[in-house]
Write a protein that binds this ligand. Structure first.
Ligand code: FAD
Length: 465
């Protein structure tokens, strides 16, 4: 706990009447995950007190369990938020840059498809727990922030604004922001009678995921290319691997839960597991000494998209992050979008102060079409990663895009617009990106080699979009 306010805290507390007014405010945050911890910092910087209630124990003191993505791809939208709270350099110092997708064919051949033709445009593999703990530590530096662990919210009263916990505790602040993730209890209260005509949809993929492990090599070195997101695309299923700072990789196997030729349901013992791996991921087997143990110990996770609206109950509460818009992880944007949520909410507080009803209403109106856009692009990217990276036309298209990005500084692929352009709303990236994709796929299906394509002609057509 910080005894003396930081210079920035002094500034935010005493610089203006408006800010002084804000110090009287207290926000209840439900969930000390990635979005909740970041949000507390944003609020604290404005002199707004935040009490954060988290159902789990204190992560800073307990080991995190396997099974919930150990590492994550952090990109520009998330970095922009971390920069605003001064944690970007700290987090990037322990991140592993990934410059592209390294595809692994069934015969073990690899190929790097770069994410961008421009220097400095790459994504970063960071530790989920490391990032969460860094955010909580930073939040705790502010006197106005208090964490309450092992406090599970069981109900939220949309009329009174009271939050009720399993422990029997009932709390109420000036408002409540729910960052309690995809299974949000606050959202459930809104859905089950709290908000009339509350729109809600949840759609599950038939695929689930399981995490597996590639340890560092003998000398602590990476056993595969360090600076890439590895991908074994096998049409109906796939495996990916992201590097960790300690030389290991975390693999995630995405596979149908049940039925068909290949599914989790069919991998019931060591024999069936090894046969499946030998047929599909043979080059990975020697790198995975604990494959069997990991496979039969780690849980299978579900993958789904959650949409709902409205996100607020007047000025009493707001859903933010996964609680409002959980997406499938195939664009690596769920956390990045949640961090962008915090950044945009902060801008609206800057504009409207703590008129929560106005802030929340405007936030929802601004943000919904963008989170819907990333939800759709994330689902589509599942098929791109699973099928298209093994498709020669798509591989040529990626090559062409890389060339265009290299030759024309103002060309951005859809992936680049989503991942590296924090100044562009997701909805714009989707609209423009889809039109570009259609054009480039047509061009690449007509040629055998990208060198036959005149880049200036292509760029002229792109500019007409
Ligand atoms: P969460 O991180 O889920 O945090 C919610 C918090 O609320 C948790 O601490 C939880 O314990 C707490 N909580 C829940 N219920 C209650 C309750 N009733 N009372 C009190 N506390 C409660 N995103 C990326 O940007 N890049 C990636 O590469 C990426 N990879 C992913 C891979 C996988 C396999 C998955 C599943 C997701 C991935 N994501 C990725 C998405 C990312 O994990 C989420 O978007 C992000 O965690 C959302 O943050 P959040 O704070 O809203 O929710």
């Amino acid at each position: 706990m910080l005894l003396f306010p930081t210079p920035l805290e002094m500034f935010t507390r005493f610089s203006s009447e408006n800010k002084l007014e804000m110090t009287k405010q207290k926000v209840i945050i439900i969930g000390a995950g990635l979005a909740g911890s970041l949000l507390a910092i944003y609020l604290a910087k404005r002199g707004i007190a935040a009490d954060i209630y988290e159902s789990r124990g204190d992560m800073q003191k307990t080991e995190t369990a396997a099974g919930r993505s150990i590492n994550l791809a952090l990109s520009n939208r998330g970095i922009a938020a971390l920069k605003e709270i001064g944690l970007d350099e700290y987090m990037l110092a322990e991140a592993v840059p990934m410059h592209g997708r390294m595809t692994h064919a069934v015969d073990g051949q690899t190929r790097l498809l770069r994410y961008s033709g421009r220097q400095g445009e790459y994504i970063n593999s960071v530790s989920r727990a490391g990032l969460n703990i860094a955010l909580m530590n930073e939040a705790e530096r502010y006197a106005g922030v208090k964490f309450y662990f092992n406090e599970k919210l069981i109900d939220f009263d949309c009329n009174t604004g009271e939050a009720k916990f399993e422990s029997g505790e009932i709390v109420k602040g000036d408002t409540l922001i729910a960052t309690d993730g995809a299974g949000s209890a606050v959202r459930n209260a809104m859905l089950h009678g709290g908000v009339p005509r509350f729109n809600f949809s949840q759609s599950w993929l038939e695929h689930g995921y399981k995490e597996l492990h590639i340890p560092p090599g003998a000398g602590g070195d990476f056993q595969m290319e360090k600076n890439a997101l590895h991908i074994w695309a096998r049409r109906a299923f796939m495996m990916i691997a992201l590097p960790n700072f300690d030389g290991s990789f975390t693999c995630t196997l995405f596979l149908a839960h049940t039925g068909g030729e290949n599914s989790f349901e069919q991998l019931t013992d060591e024999k069936s597991l090894l046969e499946f791996f030998k047929a599909n991921f043979a080059d990975a087997i020697p790198l995975m000494p604990t494959l069997t143990e990991d496979f039969f110990t780690n849980p299978i996770g579900n993958l789904g998209t959650i949409k709902c609206f409205p996100w607020n109950v007047g000025g009493k509460s707001l859903l933010l992050g996964d609680s409002a818009h959980a997406v499938v992880p195939f664009y690596g944007q769920g956390m990045n979008a949640s961090f962008e949520d915090c950044r945009i909410l902060n801008e609206l507080i800057e504009r409207h102060g703590t008129d929560w009803e106005k802030v929340f209403g405007e936030y929802g109106a601004l943000r919904k079409e963008n989170t819907d856009a990333i939800a759709q692009m994330a689902e589509e990217n599942f098929y791109e990663m699973r099928d298209a990276v093994a498709d020669p036309v798509f591989v040529r298209k990626r090559e062409l895009e890389t060339k265009l990005e290299h030759a024309f500084p103002d060309y951005f692929s859809k992936y680049s617009m989503v991942t590296f352009r924090e100044d562009l709303p997701y909805s714009v990236a989707k609209r423009k990106g889809n039109a570009q994709d259609k054009l480039l796929m047509e061009i690449c299906s007509d040629v055998k080699d990208v060198s036959q394509i005149n880049l200036n002609d292509v760029m002229k057509k792109v500019k007409r979009i």
